[in-house]
Design a protein around this ligand. Sequence first.
Ligand SMILES: Nc1ncnc2c1ncn2[C@@H]1O[C@H](COP(=O)(O)OP(=O)(O)OP(=O)(O)O)[C@@H](O)[C@H]1O
Ligand SMILES: [Mg+2]
Length: 248
Amino acid sequence: MLEVKNLMVFYENAIGVNELSMEIRTGQIVGVIGSNSAGKTSLMNTISGLIHDMRIKEKRKGGVRITIMGQILFEGRDISNMPPHIRAQQGIVLCRERHPIFPDSTVDENLKIAGHLRNRAEIKHGMDMGFSLFPNLERWRKRKAGFLSGGEQQMLAIAMAMIVGPKLMLLDEPLLGLSPAMQTQLVKALKAIRRDTGVTLVIAEQFARPLLPMLDFAYVIENGMLTLTGSGPELMENPEIKSAYFGV
Ligand SMILES: Nc1ncnc2c1ncn2[C@@H]1O[C@H](COP(=O)(O)OP(=O)(O)OP(=O)(O)O)[C@@H](O)[C@H]1O
Ligand SMILES: [Mg+2]
């Protein structure tokens, strides 16, 4: 479904992603595991195309020069130069880090904003799905999103991404800052998304332990480079992973 070939992302002289290649098959849940500054967000932003917007913005401001090299293929087509909104229409949807939602709008309004490119029936269907995955959201439909807990805001961000109609959903640190109970709930919801909708998921995470059991495949990255690959359960048994990411 998605192929990343020798991807490199530079920020002026700093390297974000270094010669990275990966392949994601339809229906998989794939992890991208890495510590702070490993390049997770750079990778997610490059797959979603958001980095092109950042690049143009930086250029206009005379700020950081961003250089991207390599190739990204989606369903066999080269999308390397495709802008992010077209990628979203094609089914690549990014749920950005730190659950960016509109805090002054209600839960309902946030979901409708996310669905602005979809028709009424699709929005209704998406909202029903979001509420069945996350019953708390339904309870707080009329509440301003800024008043939701961190976990609920993350759930809203995922429900918003689902309404866009993804084939491939990219999640950047969805578990960040959540309590263990909330993390468990979210992991369950991600599994349900895969099971009930067939959406392919790529999840970037630093503390990936709660995710590992369900990962069909995982890429461990450090300084923008691949250091290790394997299925989630394989990585769970790996002593290097245990000490680096689980603190044992
Ligand atoms: N806009 C930018 N300008 C300059 N350097 C950047 C920019 N964004 C990221 N970098 C650098 O690229 C490298 C990778 O950063 P990135 O944000 O992709 O990592 P990350 O794995 O998402 O980290 P975190 O866990 O902190 O979110 C870092 O060294 C970072 O300083
Ligand atoms: Mg990041």
